[in-house]
Design a binder for this molecule. Structure first.
Ligand SMILES: [Zn+2]
Length: 329
């Protein structure tokens, strides 16, 4: 299918598809000096009957591939004639970072996951954030933003939601409901980080799930398939596709954040993903360039290893360990 480039400012991209059809677009969000366009891919699938609008984004970080692979599979799996509502899929939200295979943009070094809602007069990444928020996400009912551990990390399958802070209680409740409907291994109470797409969307009243699966710089088929099953489950739970796609809702909830490396060095990890560890158990050791122990990381409490470092070299403030507590929702 040949995609055409259309300007995001026109706001036409998201209404491009006629009822019961799919439209593929490259949405322009900036113009280069030579007159060519910077664009991101958008697949709109409009059901034959009205229903919720769901935005699904992936590839906000350019070295995460599970989400993009799953969104392409989703686009193939959905029959527009039998869909109720509309899907807006952005499989590669950060094309420049994707092309470079990097987490951040090689153009302006911005982390796209920290600058939403963006700025139409800012750097390339700020303009991209603005276009994604205003042309795709802001007018949706539900947002699922799919991430992974990228090159550096590996993550358990977790469906993140927000609660409290500046997120309205009613929006928090809807965010938890969507996360549960994903049917992944665990829920994850997301830290409220300013500039993250899902957080800024929740502040605007959208029911959001920010998810993580896998990483290690590649994409396992089982991880992409897990995401696909999660998307189909949410669509089924919300009456948009056949109820047979519903997964059992997740009740296990992980709460906690990661521990950062105090300095650069070589990180030796002593546990594997999903390990259940006891308080005080050694989980990683940071070495300097002479091999000396700089820091030994121990679990602060009993918990589960939600993420591990895959790339052994670390910089200051990089994730070193991630042992979180398990509760039930
Ligand atoms: Zn990410």
């Amino acid at each position: 299918m040949t995609a055409e480039i259309i300007p995001a400012s026109a706001g036409e991209a998201v209404t491009a598809a006629a009822p019961g059809s799919r439209a593929d677009r490259l949405v322009s969000y900036a113009r280069r000096a030579d007159g060519s366009d910077e664009s991101f891919p958008l697949i709109v699938i409009r059901g034959a009957t009205d229903g919720p609008t769901v935005a699904l984004t992936a590839g906000i970080h350019g070295d995460e591939y599970e989400g993009p692979a799953a969104l392409w599979k989703l686009a193939e799996a959905i029959d527009p004639a039998r869909l109720r509502g509309t899907l807006r899929l952005v499989p590669i939200a950060n094309p420049r970072a994707f092309a470079a295979g990097t987490r951040t943009s090689p153009v302006d070094n911005e982390n796209l996951a920290r600058i939403f809602p963006g700025d139409p007069a800012g750097t390339l990444s700020h303009r991209l954030a603005y276009a994604l928020m205003h042309s795709v996400v802001e007018s949706a009912d539900i947002l699922i933003d799919s991430h992974s551990g990228g090159v550096r990390l590996a993550f358990l399958p977790v469906a993140g939601f927000y609660e409290g802070g500046d997120i309205a209680p009613e929006v928090s409740a809807r965010s938890l409901r969507i996360a549960r409907q994903m049917g992944l291994d665990h829920l994850w109470l997301l830290p409220p980080v300013t500039g993250v797409l899902s957080h800024e969307a929740a502040r605007r009243g959208i029911a959001v799930c920010g998810a993580e699966i896998g990483g290690r710089g590649n994409c396992l088929r089982e991880d992409a398939d897990n995401y696909l099953g999660a998307y189909l489950s949410v669509l089924a739970h919300n009456g948009m596709i056949d109820a047979a796609h519903k997964r059992v809702e997740t009740t296990s909830c992980l709460e906690g954040d990661w521990e950062q490396a105090p300095d650069a060095g070589y990180l030796e990890t002593l546990v594997v993903l999903g390990d259940r560890v006891r308080a005080g158990q050694p989980v990683a050791v940071l070495h300097d360039s002479l091999g000396r122990t700089v820091r030994e990381f121990r679990a602060a409490s009993d918990g589960i290893v939600m993420a591990v470092r895959h790339l052994n070299s670390v910089g200051p403030a990089d994730l070193a360990t991630c042992v979180v507590k398990e509760t039930t929702r």
